[in-house]
Design a protein around this ligand. Structure first.
Ligand code: FAD
Length: 355
């Protein structure tokens, strides 16, 4: 993809399988992404970014996902936390954290799927905050968070009140007393993403760490960035699968040629609608269209890996000769279960249709 550091691409191609199946390069990955200057893409110049539109960051996610979904997802995690902070009214916190996040000196872990499920009526809030004279005392868990680098991180988390309601959003630093990062989750894929749970026991945080007092207002406001950037994950993965499928046909006429072309056109149309709607603000006004594109992205990626399998034939099931198919099939499975999951998207779309 244009503008992507070639040494980064070479590194990703060399380590993509390892990033998926092992934790060996988990800490090197965000450093590599930072060295390529990617976290500043699509961030306003006034905030230290490159001033390009948000769609430029979608293309970065897609460009990374063509080579490694682990890399694309870690990039997304960091960019999602940056997007959260940029939308925060707490300017002191923004000034304190954003420069380090943009340069990759600090890792950002978005632990917000619990809040999103809570707002969708699917879960209770897992962190309870009790007011103290100096701020809040937090207890609870974050079941999943990615980019929890062992050297340090800041996580974005939702905190409910004593009644498990009225969530607010906080930045949780790794080195405050009472925060425990659990060992990495035993994942089937994307193991090099520093994905683990957090346990919070009597964690004292003052108001200077509050990103927003009302998650109900805040989370819908960041949805275009949060969900829109995720679309790059499947669009890039699909591109890689379709390229491999085409190469497998070796220029010969095939029953798959038409399907590959149609799906590739679908992928390009999805990207176009997404990028236009993010940059002109249209998708902010049309959450239903945004969620539909997000769901379509999962379907495109799944269909592309299925075509890759069919075009490769038996080679696809040979460990040493499938050219990355096996990894991409696992990566596509992940897309269906990352928040908003297919189940959540279908539920939200049904609700919006009724409203
Ligand atoms: C590698 C990896 C990294 C992750 N990183 C992060 C991270 O950084 N931050 C983070 O917050 N989370 C992260 N997660 C968590 C993830 O994003 C999801 O929250 C989680 O996987 C999905 O939750 P769930 O299992 O409850 O699935 P869901 O799809 O929410 O629920 C499962 C079942 O619940 C039911 N259900 C769901 N929605 C509805 C509905 N609307 N109506 C009726 N029934 C419904 C259905 O039976 C569904 O099959 C990560 C996950 C993985 C695998």
């Amino acid at each position: 993809m244009p503008g992507m550091d070639e040494s980064l691409i070479a590194w990703l191609d060399k380590h993509a399988d390892n990033l998926d199946s092992d934790t060996l390069h988990a800490d090197a990955l965000p450093t590599r992404l930072a060295q390529a200057g990617l976290f500043a893409v699509g961030v306003p110049e006034s905030e230290g970014g490159d001033g390009r539109a948000l769609s430029a960051a979608v293309d970065i996610v897609a460009g990374l996902a063509e080579h490694s979904l682990s890399a694309a997802f870690v990039y997304w995690a960091q960019r999602a936390v940056i997007a959260c902070l940029l939308a925060s009214p707490n300017r002191d916190l923004v000034r304190r954290l954003v420069p380090d996040l943009l340069h990759g000196r600090l890792a950002g872990a978005p632990g917000l799927s619990n809040a999103m499920k809570f707002l969708g009526g699917l879960d209770r809030l897992r962190i309870v905050g009790t007011a103290t004279p100096d701020g809040m005392r937090l207890n609870g868990t974050v079941a999943w968070a990615t980019n929890l680098r062992r050297q340090g991180f800041v996580a974005a988390v939702a905190v409910g009140d004593e009644h498990g309601d009225n969530p607010s959003v906080f930045a949780l630093p790794h080195d405050v007393r009472g925060v425990v990062r659990e060992p990495d989750l035993d994942l089937l894929a994307l193991r090099g993403t520093n994905t683990a749970a957090l346990r919070l026991s009597d964690v004292a945080l003052d108001a200077s760490w509050q990103i927003h007092p009302q998650a109900r207002v805040f989370l819908p406001s960041i949805r275009p960035a949060f969900v829109g950037l995720q679309c790059g994950l499947g669009l890039g993965l699909a591109r890689a699968s379709l390229r491999t499928a085409r190469a497998a046909l070796d220029g010969k006429p095939s029953v798959f040629s038409g399907q590959i072309d149609t799906l590739d056109a679908d992928r390009a149309a999805c990207r176009e609608a997404l990028c236009t709607g993010l940059d002109d603000g249209g998708l902010r006004e049309r959450p239903r269209d945004l969620l539909t594109l997000r769901l379509r992205m999962v379907d495109i990626a799944a269909a592309a890996t299925a075509l890759e399998l069919q075009a490769l034939g038996g080679r696809a099931l040979l460990r040493g000769a499938n050219g990355g198919y096996a990894r991409r099939a696992r990566e596509a499975a992940f897309l269906a279960v990352v928040t908003p999951t297919v189940a959540q998207l279908k539920g939200d779309l049904a609700r919006l249709a009724q409203a």
